[in-house]
Design a protein around this ligand. Structure first.
Ligand code: UN1
Length: 507
């Protein structure tokens, strides 16, 4: 994935000298799930060229028929649901029940876009002149390069693939290498469902090669749209590169998603929501909870209950019923070690008896699994966070959440907006006015009242603002704007040259 840390490139055991990458089960590092060849920059360029050729024929397939192919893809995924979910659990360590939910999300997405194949509406527009009809059409963009992270290796790619294909585009898909087997399984189901091989191209490459390949493909004019889900840092580089070629990419980046707990909140519900979105999936969602901003009157009680819930939480083997399993991959574990280094003396650390990697020397109550072989971390709750702390400002992508307090709603909103991300936000309150005021003031693209920051639905616009993205939205009818461009047709049947602006008859 573009976005690998420098350290990731020298995580030697996963790479051989021949560009081979070993995708490992993060719960049992000896278990190699896939061996794939990581290609150089040429692979992306070659794939984009072949996508360019294949796209012309695909665009001529009627949209409802393209929709039917995507429907078939969804049905194939459904009949392989358990196998796919097991693969997700094995490859990235996502708890099996969550993995099943994730596979359900691609099924829902395919279901939704079948219908879009029958809509893709254009308009008829009145002309200034007689004997002239104006129309608008949605044209496919052309070739889309889609670069996805591996924390949602099934659902997130489907947010791009299903609409891109229904809209008549060809796709070059570069998945995260640590989810290589899942990506391959998904692409095979799409090809089996009837998506032509040239229309969906799978490329495995490291960040640097992907970037160089993308630059070459943009230069040659064989890529028309870039979709990227990943870190804000890499998103910025991709945005800059696309801008040079006058393209607007679809960027879905990180988040520092706040949860505000008002004094009238149902505290039990808020604790449950915090647990799910803060530590669920090991905090490795872009929609994971980052900072809890709790009213000072309920702070002590809320933190006490959350601390108890965390100490009782079961962590470990993702094939079992656990709150979360291991980190996705070594590089995320390495990054998380750095995040833990940000804990300062003025912080009160709660959530667990220990911090850091769970080892035999540093065990945890309620742990299920083998800590000698898995990338498991203790849950951390950092109380007493200050708004100028690095931990308050930066996405952490791991099982850690900070707590700070507020007095007025305006102050809570200001604290929620301060890190400059704008993906998801939640407020817990029993007063509708507080919820609506919060919605109005917070800069996030997705807001929840009395529900957690995670858990987007397949037919609602998904995306963020600020450091979380460039305002583009995936899912539902909104993503259609990413994968089509408006084209107009003006059809003059007057038999003479009519000139707009000049030949408008007086009434
Ligand atoms: C992401 O982490 O990139 O809303 C996407 C959610 C998920 C999607 C997260 N359905 O939590």
């Amino acid at each position: 994935m573009i976005g690998s840390t420098d350290r990731a490139t020298d995580s030697a055991p996963d790479r051989s000298d021949h560009g081979q990458y070993l995708s490992r089960n993060p719960a049992e590092l000896d278990d190699v799930v896939a061996r794939v060849r990581l290609e150089g920059p040429d692979a992306l360029l070659t794939a984009a060229r072949s996508a360019r050729r294949a796209q012309r024929d695909w665009a001529r397939v009627p949209a409802p028929v393209r929709g039917r192919v995507v429907a078939g893809f969804g049905r194939l995924v459904e009949s392989n649901k358990e196998a796919l979910a097991s693969l997700v659990t094995r490859e990235i360590g996502k708890p099996y029940t969550e993995a099943l939910g994730e596979v359900q999300e691609i099924i829902d997405t395919c279901d939704y876009f079948v219908g879009e194949g029958r809509r893709l509406y254009g308009q008829t527009v009145p002309s200034e002149m007689p004997d002239k009809e104006l129309f608008t059409f949605r044209s496919p963009v052309g070739v889309a390069t889609v670069i996805t992270a591996g924390n949602f290796p099934v659902a997130v790619p489907s947010w791009y693939l299903a609409p891109a294909l229904v809209c008549g585009n060809a796709v070059v898909w570069k998945p995260a290498e640590y989810a290589a087997a899942t990506a391959r399984a998904l692409a095979e189901l799409a090809w089996k469902a009837g998506v032509p091989e040239g229309v969906l191209n799978l490329v495995y490459a490291e960040g640097e090669s992907t970037f160089e390949g993308l630059r070459a493909a943009l230069e040659e004019g064989v890529v028309d749209k870039v979709g990227f889900t990943g870190s804000s840092r890499v998103g910025r580089d991709i945005g800059e590169l696309c801008g040079r070629y006058l393209q607007t990419p679809c960027l879905e980046l990180g988040g520092k998603n706040p949860m505000v707990v008002a004094p009238d909140a149902d505290l039990e519900l808020a604790v449950e929501g915090a647990l799910f979105s803060g530590w669920g999936t090991g905090g490795q969602r872009c929609t994971s909870l980052g900072n809890i901003i709790v009213h000072r009157d309920v702070h002590d009680e809320f933190v006490r209950r959350l601390d108890t819930a965390l100490k009782e939480a079961v962590i470990g083997n993702p094939t079992q019923d656990v709150l979360y399993g291991p980190m996705l991959d070594r590089k995320f574990a390495d990054n998380f070690d750095d995040v833990l280094g940000e804990i300062a003396p003025h912080h009160r650390v709660l959530g667990s008896e220990s911090t850091g990697r769970i080892t035999d020397a540093n065990p945890r109550k309620g742990f299920r699994g083998d800590h000698s072989t898995g990338l498991y971390y203790h849950p951390v709750l950092v109380d007493g966070l200050r708004s100028d702390d690095h931990l308050f400002q930066q996405e952490t992508f791991g099982p850690i959440v900070g707590v700070t307090t507020f007095e007025t709603l305006d102050e809570a909103i200001e604290l929620g907006n301060l890190p400059g991300y704008g993906l998801s936000a939640a407020v817990y309150t029993t007063d509708p006015a507080t919820a609506f005021r919060f919605r109005e003031g917070i800069g996030a693209g997705m807001v929840s009242a009395n529900n957690s920051t995670s858990g987007a639905e397949a037919h609602l616009p998904f995306g963020g603002n600020g450091r979380s993205g460039n305002g583009s939205r995936l899912s539902g009818m909104w993503v259609i704007d990413q994968f089509t461009r408006w084209q107009s047709l003006n059809w003059d049947f007057s038999g003479k040259l009519q000139k707009a602006q000049m030949d408008v008859g007086a009434v």
